[in-house]
Design a protein around this ligand. Structure first.
Ligand SMILES: [Zn+2]
Length: 114
């Protein structure tokens, strides 16, 4: 699934340091744990390349790519989580709640004071 294209990308050094070997290995584990389903909308992740979202991207490098910090998402769902200002009204209510939940974790100051 993370075939030649991935290998080439690494070889050419296009990825930032977060997308290291550990990340590549662990996102495959995360996808397996998620049973090939998107953690936002619950849809299958078999027709397109799954995206691995880091729940807390602010962890140190030795923790940020742990399996328990990764969730498998559709590109569409990943973008919705990652882009805090994106309108998510196209998603169903359940998915919106998931997106908002992941978004809150992206902003440490929001979660700390609750
Ligand atoms: Zn999805």
């Amino acid at each position: 699934m993370y075939s030649e294209k991935t290998a080439q990308t690494i070889l050419h050094g296009k990825w930032n340091k977060l997308n290291n070997f550990e990340f590549i290995m662990n996102r495959a584990y995360a996808l397996n744990r998620d049973k090939l389903k998107c953690r936002v909308c619950g849809g299958w992740l078999i027709s397109s390349t799954p995206y691995a979202h880091r729940i807390n991207p602010n962890l140190p490098l030795d923790k940020v790519n742990r399996v328990n910090n990764l969730v498998s998402l559709h590109k569409k769902c990943f973008m919705a989580v990652d882009n805090l200002s994106q309108d998510i009204s196209q998603f169903d209510v359940k998915s919106q709640k998931k997106i908002i939940g992941y978004r809150e974790k992206l902003v440490p100051s929001h979660t700390r004071n609750k």
